[in-house]
Design a protein around this ligand. Structure first.
Ligand SMILES: Cc1ncc(COP(=O)(O)O)c(C=O)c1O
Length: 412
């Protein structure tokens, strides 16, 4: 008789995990206020303005500029910090495609480097080797919410006269040495898309401490207008990337309960890290005392199939799902093997555009290992459960491991 649910046994867990998004009367009341005010646009109401000030303040940043997505936040920030057409921006390859396409949208060229398998963040040692005379900036991605080593990155940037734009799309309130991410470099972009720990379905914000950068962000995201200018007067190439008051209203409510939720995720992740580090074949990411806070958009661990009788990661994940757990294999295609990059399909209707980089020549072993073999993600909403829920996850892994023989013939 099989024990594993994937083979017809009983699932270890039938209870559901917390749902996402979370909302209550605060979201509803804030939205109602906006509807009834008739001020639905951010240029007339005060929801977006108030939220952006509060958010920037919480992140120890001087300026916060709300926009309509995290992708837009990165693109606008790149242009505002002065990255020019044809210049290169160095970023880790293990990230969401938007980190790279925002660079292309800004007219620049993404140059990928590998990640450090201990952190799943950019490997700072590889940045130096990727710098050319066309490099304008480094884009560290605080992956899953885990802050990058900003001392190293800012140090390299300073030495080579480069800008730093933080992709903090997943890192609301994450801290490197007690400093919140986003404006540790020259500017940073955050996302409020549906899956994110603070969400209004869509939306983003740029943080910076530089007044000029903030001024250009405001202009580029508002059709090239300038402060004090007349409505139909446009100074720069911009677009309408503004956030609406509805989004601002929801985000204000989301933001209010954020610290409490963040603390809960951190507590549960600490427990999971402690427990999972005792299971051979499940590697947790390396602890680092410099990380004083982690938003934990994703709880990440590394699956090592040699401890699971060579059963591939995807089979393990399928077995865990059938046991009643929510987890995923994460990105399974390194960005340089994505069709858009392989084919340089950056032009009109996907036409090839030669940007001087041959993405087919890339081979970044740690990124490939994460994509194909090792990375396992548990989404942030699961971390909103109780300790018993975390215990179940640990027991689920132990159950699959103890009965891994049942999966061996399943090998792909
Ligand atoms: C690392 C990273 N960068 C950028 C983005 C883009 O954000 P958005 O989806 O709001 O455009 C995301 C969103 O998924 C992300 O995870």
């Amino acid at each position: 008789m099989s024990k594993l649910a994937i083979k017809g046994g009983s699932p270890l867990r039938t209870k559901s995990f917390p749902k996402w998004p979370v909302w209550d009367d605060n979201e509803i009341n804030n939205l109602k206020k906006v509807v009834e005010s008739g001020k639905w646009g951010a240029l007339h109401g005060d929801q977006v303005k108030t939220f952006s000030e509060k958010y920037a303040n919480y992140h120890q940043a001087k300026y916060g500029i709300c926009v309509n997505s995290g992708t837009t936040a990165l693109k606008v920030a790149l242009q505002a910090i002065g990255v020019e057409t044809g210049q290169e921006v160095i970023l880790p390859c293990y990230t969401f495609i938007a980190s790279a396409t925002a660079i292309l949208d800004a007219g620049a060229i993404p140059v990928f480097v590998d990640i450090d398998p201990d952190t799943y963040n950019i490997d700072a040692n590889q940045i130096k080797g990727a710098i050319t005379d066309r490099t304008a900036a480094i884009m560290p991605v605080h992956f899953g919410g885990r802050p990058c080593n900003m001392d190293e990155i800012n140090g390299i940037a300073k030495k080579h006269n480069l800008k730093v734009i933080e992709d903090a799309a997943q890192a609301w309130g994450s801290e490197w040495k007690n400093q919140k991410v986003g404006a540790i470099g020259d500017a940073g972009g955050f996302s409020f898309q549906s899956s994110k720990n603070i969400t209004a379905a869509e939306g983003g914000i740029i943080l910076t401490n530089d007044e000029e950068t903030a001024k250009f962000c405001r202009s580029f995201s508002n059709c090239g207008r300038i402060e004090g200018g007349v409505w139909y007067e446009h100074y720069y190439l911009g677009g309408n990337f503004r956030m609406s008051e509805f989004q601002g209203a929801v985000l204000s409510a989301q933001f209010e309960r954020y610290p409490e939720m963040k603390a809960k995720r951190e507590k549960n992740a600490k427990y999971l890290n402690e427990q999972l580090s005792q299971i051979d074949g499940i590697e947790t990411l390396k602890a680092d005392d410099n990380i004083t806070s982690n938003s934990l958009h994703l709880f990440i661990c590394r699956y090592q199939k040699e401890h699971f009788k060579d059963v591939p990661k995807n089979t393990f994940i399928d077995a865990m799902r059938k046991e009643g757990f929510i987890l995923s294999a994460g990105y399974s295609i390194p960005l340089y093997t994505q069709p858009v990059f392989k084919n340089l399909a950056f032009g009109a209707r996907g036409k090839k555009v030669d940007v001087g980089v041959d993405y087919t020549s890339y081979h970044l072993p740690e990124t490939e290992k994460a994509c194909y073999e090792e990375a396992i993600w548990v989404p942030q909403s699961v971390l909103l459960g109780e300790q018993d829920d975390m215990k179940d996850i640990v027991n689920g892994i132990i159950k699959v491991k103890d009965n891994v023989d049942e999966l061996v013939e399943n090998k792909m």
